[in-house]
Design a protein around this ligand. Sequence first.
Ligand SMILES: [Zn+2]
Ligand SMILES: [Zn+2]
Length: 627
Amino acid sequence: MVQQSMSPKSSSNPTDQNLELEQPEKMYLPRTSESDNLKKIRHTASHVMAMAVQKLFPKAQVTIGPWIENGFYYDFDNPEPFSESDLKAIQKEMVKIINRKLPVVREEVTREEAEHRIQEIKEPYKLEILADIKEEPITIYHLGNEWWDLCAGPHLENTSELHPKAIELESVAGAYWRGDETKAQLQRIYATAWENPEQLAEYKRRKEEALRRDHRKLGKELGLFIFSDQVGPGLPLWTPKGTLLRSILEDFLKQEQIKRGYQQVVTPHIARVDLFKTSGHWQKYKEDMFPLMADDQEAAAHEQGFVLKPMNCPFHIQIYKSELRSYRELPMRLAEFGTVYRYEQSGELGGLTRVRGFTVDDSHLFVTQEQLDSEFLSVVDLILSVFRSLQLKNFKARLSFRDPASDKYIGSDEAWEKAQGAIRRAVQQLGMEHFEGIGEAAFYGPKLDFIFSDALGREWQLGTVQVDYNLPERFDLEYVAEDGDRKRPVMIHRAPFGSLERLIGILIEEYAGDFPLWLAPVQIRLLPVGETQLDFAKDVVAKMLALNIRAEVDTSGDRLGKQIRNAEKQKIPVMAVVGAKEVETNALSIRTRASGELGAIPVDEVVEKMKGAMPAAGCANANFENF
Ligand SMILES: [Zn+2]
Ligand SMILES: [Zn+2]
């Protein structure tokens, strides 16, 4: 993992806790998937927890207890749900077991022996688990000589290797046996376990910080978007401020794209299902699409009708195909902020990072084989420059290639080799830090994905570039080459943001709601001290609005202290207090979130500085502190 500074701005105001928390992480927290030691700790701790539960609740039956990213859970069948105080008692019991220094002993038995022993202790779930274990011998792990569980390991050698102060039971939730609602309702206890108490403390700090930054919470507080039960899960509604934020991001990227020869297009939200049969989406991706809209049963039976688009590619392909293209027209770069719909499972929906309708900053480049490498590089260059403007620094590139053993891909081996080769060459030429993700490719081609780690070490996928020889083949795309022959173009699919929804969710959390000046939906709020200053404030705001500065005036009539608190809650980057003296001198008393009190500044000077924060002025990173 790349360990870089996450600090998007430097703090000159140590009392501002938002800025303080943007210091680089001091402590490295290992992930379970990367640490064998943590796997052992969490495995062992989950058995210790199960033993403790059965000691305190003799009727509890054990099921499964795997490790997860920050700890482990264990599902129990217990007549009564566990309460908060039960968790405390269980944790206490665990400490006792740890302190008893019980050896963790592995034993190999035959299937018959395992069955026999399970029947002896009357644990029906274990019998089902045993039936799923295909290999023999069956391994059993004993804690001392009074408790055992079926498990493949690995474990610590003794319970005393667990640090009792590095384990904490976190919560309890209902879960169904095998995730199946028709089966028994179980009690799942979530716990976290670490190598030492320092790691636990850091984990708890990050968890709290994640809660503070949660984009669902902040999105509501800042008035950016809402969800409505009547509209449906995973379908965000953008309120005026959030819409403004979206259009600032869209305009910013559109400007960048114009400079780089992209052409904007607009395509419909639905299409005949046949379009997606040709592209292969219907065959490979049907489960993730909203159901077919068929005219009648006959049409439904023949899978005829319309579908909501899960991707924009086939539409852009139609625009390309609408004329016979010449090599002179290539590369052709068609771009669209295209809203797509995917039928995500409702259990997976949470905030903006997983939604059912979202807008991709999509583009498809139709290029000749000779143009492929340089076009790919310029796409990567665009993506990196977008990340720089957004102050997203901590990312790595994943080469998302196909898994040769899987049948979920379309196209020839040769096409895949060529496409993966192009991505490899680009990454080598750029000297970019990267890793390979086998099996992470799209079904029609390999990708270069940008994986961003946020201030809390969580990973998110942002931008993506894909090289595709398959869709041009399936849609029989051509161009007339210089020698008059018909040739097949190569397609590049790319989206620097990924989707506006996901990007905004990530940005809210990354900035903890403190948008840089150029992105803030409201950049400056004028706070008149009294009635008499209101007209002056309104005049200044009108002047600013005319220059595209997103300004507003607090007309609440509240006392100044309250106006300041409200503006702070809204995380408005610049506050301008207007009192009698300011009116008299045609000035504003400026106070910024980034730099604190800046004193009285003439109105014209404030306007100039605000204008400097526009991405269109070529300095998207400008902040008010750059005065
Ligand atoms: Zn185990
Ligand atoms: Zn595409």
